[in-house]
Design a protein around this ligand. Structure first.
Ligand code: ADP
Ligand code: MG
Length: 168
């Protein structure tokens, strides 16, 4: 499993297709994103779910850094997708929080991004579940206040097997 590569460190709690990472600071969440960015493959789609303020954008900034993007990355506020071309692969950062209708995805020509050779990362992907390709890596970030204010439990599912990466 590719997840084992990412999972060398003390982070890893479970084996199999699912990886659970616990972080205790924004820096640790960023570092996980960086690893994801370094190992991302052309055409991969990452979905990111979790409440407002949980750390989706922090993780995204790590992914961008891992892809070699130096430009500052923040949540696209007035556009659905922000495109970054300077990294190892094109990076398409979606934030669909304010989407009113799935039509808006059609209008931006989302399939060029979803089925292209770049890396897509979609914040609030649950809002566009209807058009999400089945093959994607899902990342869920949750707080658990009993573990402290800065604690985050990050569940990554759907990482491809080594053998599969050839075709991705
Ligand atoms: P979202 O994009 O999910 O709305 P942001 O990434 O913009 O959230 O903000 C997350 C906030 O939580 C930041 O202010 C960050 O400093 C803080 N934070 C505290 N602990 C963590 C952690 N373990 N991982 C990520 N962010 C954290
Ligand atoms: Mg955000």
């Amino acid at each position: 499993m590719r997840s084992i590569i990412i999972c060398k460190e003390q982070f890893c709690k479970e084996k199999g297709g699912k990886m659970v990472v616990e972080t205790r600071s924004p820096e640790e969440t960023f570092a996980l994103g960086e690893k994801i960015g370094r190992t991302a493959l052309p055409g991969q789609i990452y979905t990111l779910t979790g409440d407002l303020g949980v750390g989706k954008t922090v993780l995204t900034q790590g992914v961008a850094a891992g892809l070699g993007i130096r430009e500052a990355v923040s949540s696209p506020t007035f556009t659905i997708v922000q495109v970054y071309e300077e990294g190892r692969l094109p990076f398409y950062h979606f934030d669909v929080y304010r989407i009113g209708d799935i039509e808006e995805m059609e209008e931006i020509g989302y399939d060029d991004y979803f089925f292209g050779n770049g890396v897509c990362l979609i914040e609030w992907a649950e809002l566009i579940a209807d058009i999400l390709p089945e093959e994607h890596v899902s990342i869920k970030i949750e707080k658990d206040l009993s573990q402290g204010f800065d604690y985050r439990r990050i569940t990554v599912e759907g990482l491809p097997d080594e053998g599969e990466s050839e075709r991705l």
